[in-house]
Structures are given as structure tokens and as C-alpha cells.
Design a protein around this ligand. Sequence first.
Ligand SMILES: *Cc1c(COP(=O)(O)O)cnc(C)c1O
Length: 494
Amino acid sequence: MQWNRALELRTLPAVHKLLADPQVQQALAGLPRATQTAVLNEALAELRNMWTAAEQGMAPPPSAEQWAQWTAVPALAERVRACVQRRLQPQLRPVLNLTGVVLHTNLGRAPLSERALTAVWAVGGQYSNLEFDLGQGGRGWRHSHVEARLCRLIGAEAALVVNNNAAAVWLTLSALASGGEAVVSRGQLVEIGGSFRIPELMQAAGVTLVEVGSTNKTRLADYERAITPQTRLLVRVHTSNYRIVGFAEQPALTDLAALSQRCGVPLYEDLGSGALFDFARYGIGDEPTVQHSLQAGVDLISFSGDKLLGGAQAGIVAGRRELVQRLARHPLARALRVDKLTLAALDATLAAYEAGTAQQELPVIWMLTQSYADVAARCRQLADRLRSDPAVAAALTVAEADDVSHVGGGALPETALPTRVLRLTSRWAGAQQLAALLRTCGEPPVIGRIGQDAVVLDVRTLLPGQDEPLLASVAAAAKAVADGLYGPPTGQTH
Ligand SMILES: *Cc1c(COP(=O)(O)O)cnc(C)c1O
């Protein structure tokens, strides 16, 4: 094969010859010279790699006829066209989330609502009143657009939006407690992931962390004893992604708020998810709403825009006007400020809450509150359609099963939502191989989970309108299995 390879590779046309060919030129039309050369090299490398793969036993070597066909100009021009298309398509692109994890941070967390997308579209492509007061005809404040709506919804005096909640926590600590002490319960020294750790954040903000209580129990008296003239802030952190159960205690929020008033030290709560929707009323978890915390007397609160709120990535800080103003005046507020696209998406997301249509409009809330029966009916329909496609049925076995979905994003870690899933298996490909084909053969890619030697596809996180794309991408993966890309179906009867 070595000899064969060397001989065959010599028949590959040179780059300069290809560049002179009219069909290839057409495929490359209008591209800068550097892109043209890079694309041609890529197309030729694909052909060379076939021999490398054959040498490594990963694929059969091309036959003489195949090789002659692939290296002829029409096929080469077609290959170049495909390379151009791949190179120019967006690198950040949609995928189908069938993991059943609603707030999947790696897959972009909250999908935006139609209303939010429309707002982004409108504001992104035109000038806007971002920092322009239309009434006065002079300079405005970019935060004013969402501030009023937020304050109406959650009952705060003032609000500020920054890049994400991690930025909100850092800005709050820097602006209100730098050079002083902040008191935190030992049961709330959380790590959120991606190196966000409360003790390290305190250090970075120049705040002395004063730990009180124990891992499982902290009482009001523990906070009381820790307060000194250097205390700038009482900090309460929502333990989003874990729970201490059993012999555990934390003071009630109202008691902590009363203590903060008595001592004249503001109480700040990092609420993490920031639910405006009362999920507990639907039997989903025990997440406190933002409104609830402010009513209990918290002076300042911060939360994410793209977790349970269901909007764009952002960190929202809200509460007493005087405190919010100190944050807004901090020199680093400018470094953390949000873009107009984020503000447009957030404003429109909040409008859905004001309209009372959050559950229908916001994909995150719709997915979380979908009933088992609705998910199961959709799962049955998809399974039936896959089974009745002969090409899919020849390569894959499609079963249905009960399972659980998760909220994700470090929210409600103990909440498991009953769901219905598709279980795909193939006699010719293992679950890992099948999962890889689902990720790479179709457009959009399908992301599932592996469970008990099957690819598990949880229908709960499939958005409306994604049934057809899912069926097409599964069909593409089935075709790859049938084509024998992964272990040829040799020796099979029937
Ligand atoms: C998620 C979370 C954060 C970080 O929020 P981002 O918006 O992802 O930056 C901070 N604190 C808590 C308690 C969280 O749950």
C-alpha cells in the first residue's frame, strides 16, 4: 500500500494548476487570494488523509477507480465548494439540546424569546436611544431603560445591569466593602464553577472575609458577635448548586435584615438564579423569588439574567437607591457595563413578565413547566416518525423510556423533572460512536447523553419548531451508520 500511496499521491494536481481551472475558479470566486490558497490546501489535505487513515487501519484504502474519480476536476471543484462553505459558515452556531438540562451553560444557557430576539434585531441594526433622552433631547443613561421595569416588577428602588452575576458580586464587594470586612456564613462559601469562589472573590475585591458559624449551622448570634466598626457588609450567598441537608440551620432572612438595620450594616444577597416566576407554585423546587428577598428586607440583591429569569447573559443588581448609586459611580462600573443588545433582550424579557405571559413566552419557563404528558406525547410522535423512516429503521433501534430532566446552571440541584426520552441504539455502532455521529453528521448537531449503552435524547429541552431539524439530523446520523462509516455491517443476516 505504501508504494501504491506514493504513486497515487503524485496524481494529485498542484495548487497552481487548480487555481487555473475554470470550475475551481468558480468555486473560489471573489475570495481573497490567501483564503483561496488555504481552501485548496485543505481540500487536497482531505484527499491525502484518506491514505493516512487507510495506513492506520481506520478506513479501507481507496480503489483505483474511486481515486481517479475523486481527483478529477469536477469532484475536486465540488470538494473545494464544500470547503469554502464550511470555512465561511458561522463558527458559533445553533445545536439541538436533548440533554434534558434546561440551563446548560456549555450550550448557551437560556434561549431568548421571540420578543427578545425581535428587540435585539431592531436595536442592533439601527441607531437607538441607548444613551439619549428623547424628552430632554440630551444625554441619557443606558440603565434607565430596564431600571424602571425591573423596579416595578421586583419592588426595588433602583437597579443596575452589568455583564454577568459574577461581575455584579465583584462590583458590589468592591464598591461597598473594599478595605473593610464582610461577614459570611461558613455554610455559604460557595464555588459556582469556572473559578468563581466567594473567598477568592473577596480577596480580589480587597475585602476581609469574616467567616461565621459552622458548615451546617449558623445562628443570628454568630453574625451579631462578628460585627465590628470595620464591618461594611453582611453577605448572604444562595447555595445554588448544593444543599446542606439534615442537621442544618441558617437564620431567617427577616431576622438577618433586622440585625442589619440595628447595626447599620447593609445586607447583600447573591441570589444566583434570580427567579421572578414562582416555580415552587408549580411544584418545581423551592427557589425563593427575587421579590421575596426584597420584601424580607435585603438592602441589595444580585442575580443572573440568563438563569431562571430566562433572558440574556447579564448581572442585575437591585435594591436601595443609595447603594446602587455607589456601585454605578465606582470606576470599574464602566468596565463591566453591558452592551445595547443585552439591554434590548433583557428589557423585552422583563416585558413578558409585565404582560403576564412569561410562562408561554420565555423558553426556559415553558420547558421547565411542561407537563410529563406533553413531553411524552411529543416523544411518542418523534419515535413513530423515526421508526417509520425505512432508512432510519435499517440503521437504528428507537425506544422510549421514562427519565428525569434537570434545571442546570447551578440552580435547583435537587429538582428532577419527570420526562420521556428517546433511546437510540444500533447493532453497528456503540453509544459513544452514535453520539459522535449525531454531533457531526447533521446540521444542526444533536447533543444527547449516554445512558446504559444507548444515546438518550430528552425531548423536554427540544424547542418548539425543532422537531423537523431533529428528525433530519438523526436521519443523517443513521445514513452514516448505514454507509458503514463506523464498522461495516458485514456478516449481517436480513
Ligand atoms: C451562577 C451564580 C453566580 C454567577 O453568575 P453568572 O451570571 O454566571 O456570572 C454567582 N453566584 C451564584 C450564587 C450563582 O448561582
